[in-house]
Each structure stands twice: as C-alpha cells, then as structure tokens.
Design a protein around this ligand. Structure first.
Ligand code: NDP
Length: 241
C-alpha cells in the first residue's frame, strides 16, 4: 500500500503534459485528485481514463477567483487538501526588438503570481490541518537561461526564491514545500513557437518525458513526514549547461 493512498492531491495545468502525467502516475496509488486547467474536455477525458475519484475545476488559474474556487471545491468534495502541485505554466520568449510585452505579462501572472496566490491559500488551510505538501514546478531555466528567455527564467527563479522562503516559514507546521526543476521535456509547452526559435534549437538534446518529471514529484510526496526534499533538478542525461 502506498503512503499516498487516500490523499487529496490538487494539480493545476492537468489537462496535458507534465500535469496530466502526474495525475496518471498518482491515480493508481489510490489518491483523490482535483484537476485544474482551461480545457474542460481534456480534463473530462483524463478523469474518465483515470477512473479514480476526480473533481474537475476548470478555468484560468491566473484569475484569483479560480484559485479560491480550486480550494473551496477541494474542501467541499473531499474535506481536506493534502497536496498542491502548482504546475500550470506557459513559455513565452522573444528578442529585445519584438518580444510581445503583453504575452510576457500573461506569463508572469500565471507562472509566478498565480502559483504564489495558490500556495498561500492552500498553505493557510494545510497549516490549520497540521499537515500538507506544496510542490512548485519550476524549470532548470531558473539557472540556465538563454537569449530571449529572460522573463521565463525570471518567473521560475522568483518561484524558487518564494518557495524556499515559504518552506522555512512553514518548517515547524507539518506543511512541507518543495520545488521540482525539470529540464526540457516533450510536452506541448513549446508548440506555439517555430522549431528554429525554441531555446533548444541551437543545441538539441534528448528531451525528458513527462513521466520522468511525474516520478520526481512522487519521490518528493512519498518521503516520510520527517523528510522534506526542498529542490529536485531533473536533467536529460545529455544536458550540459
Ligand atoms: P504543457 O503546455 O504541455 O501543459 C501546460 C498545462 O498548463 C496544460 O494543462 C494547460 O492546460 C495548463 N495551463 C496553461 N495555461 C493555464 C491557465 N491560464 N490556467 C490553468 N491552466 C493552464 O506544458 P508542460 O507540461 O511542459 O508544463 C508544465 C510546467 O512545467 C510549466 O510550469 C512549465 O513551465 C514547466 N516546465 C516545462 C518544461 C518543458 O520542457 N516542457 C521544462 C521546465 C519546466 P489548458 O491549456 O487546458 O489550460
């Protein structure tokens, strides 16, 4: 029996990529899932595939009201929130002369502001309950940036700084905070960018699979309560810098 059996796990950005892989990885362990993303049809299909107890909260998680609804719906359906995985994120890049400034602001609102808001909302509830685990999905780009990717890197570096502070602040409350920083992973995240404009275009490497990141998340969650893994970086074995 898994230590995660019966736990209530909330995942943002669960309709595709890493978020969906985390849901698929955890469902067989007997967890109860709360899944958020904007594409309701994708979430419904995933819930049907998983066949476990699933609550769907569709909507743009960058809207503050959706974050509150995510918490409220979790408590209404399952009575508690054991794990929050702040996974929803987008990638926008571009050169100085024609980078889309509005797109950058949308990315900051999702990758950083929404994750912070959710973390606080759920941390308050978890603190009241005396246990919980928040996992924020960052990126190796927090440290390994490339031209045109400065704001994406900035959102992830800010998320890592915030996470470390929250971990310290909650250290004696039973609420653990950790970060996973994936390397380049085969998902939809770069689909909107022409292949020659992607960050990996100059030095292509074998990409990770979303399942590799899900395994990292499970590693954090399966640690006994006395253990907190604050940061896990997952590189492709071909990654240099
Ligand atoms: P995908 O594009 O494959 O999936 C992103 C998920 O986020 C989708 O489920 C999407 O669903 C959801 N999403 C996007 N915008 C919103 C929004 N406003 N509100 C709610 N959900 C939203 O990307 P990945 O799986 O690759 O990305 C997951 C995380 O991993 C991100 O934080 C990303 O920065 C990070 N990461 C990814 C890497 C990679 O190489 N793939 C490397 C390092 C980090 P929908 O469109 O239905 O809303």
């Amino acid at each position: 029996m898994s230590v995660l059996e019966g736990k209530v796990v909330v995942i943002t950005g669960a309709s595709a990529g890493i978020g969906a892989a985390i849901a698929r990885d955890l469902a067989p362990l007997g967890v109860k899932l709360v899944l958020n993303a904007r594409r309701t049809g994708q979430l419904d299909a995933l819930a049907a595939e998983l066949g476990s107890e699933v609550e769907i909260v569709s909507g743009d998680i960058a809207e503050a009201a959706v974050g509150q609804t995510l918490l409220d719906s979790t408590l209404a359906r399952f009575g508690r929130a054991d794990v929050l995985i702040n996974n929803a994120g987008i990638f926008r890049n571009g050169p100085v002369d024609d980078v889309d400034l509005d797109a950058l602001e949308t990315m900051i609102a999702l990758n950083f502001t929404a994750a912070v808001r959710n973390a606080y909302l759920f941390a308050r509830e978890m603190k009241r309950a005396g246990s919980g685990h928040i996992v924020n999905i960052s990126s190796i780009s927090a440290n390994l940036t490339t031209p045109g990717c400065g704001v994406y890197s900035g959102t992830k570096r800010a998320l890592e700084g915030f996470s470390e502070c929250l971990r310290i602040e909650l250290a004696d409350t039973g609420v653990r905070v950790g970060v996973i920083s994936p390397g380049t992973t085969a998902t939809e995240v770069f689909n909107h960018i022409p292949a020659d404009k992607r960050p990996s275009a100059a030095a292509p490497i074998q990409r990770l699979e979303a399942e590799d990141i899900a395994a990292g998340v499970r590693y954090l969650l399966e640690q006994p309560p006395r253990v907190n893994v604050p940061h896990l970086r997952i590189y492709s074995s071909e990654q240099r810098h």
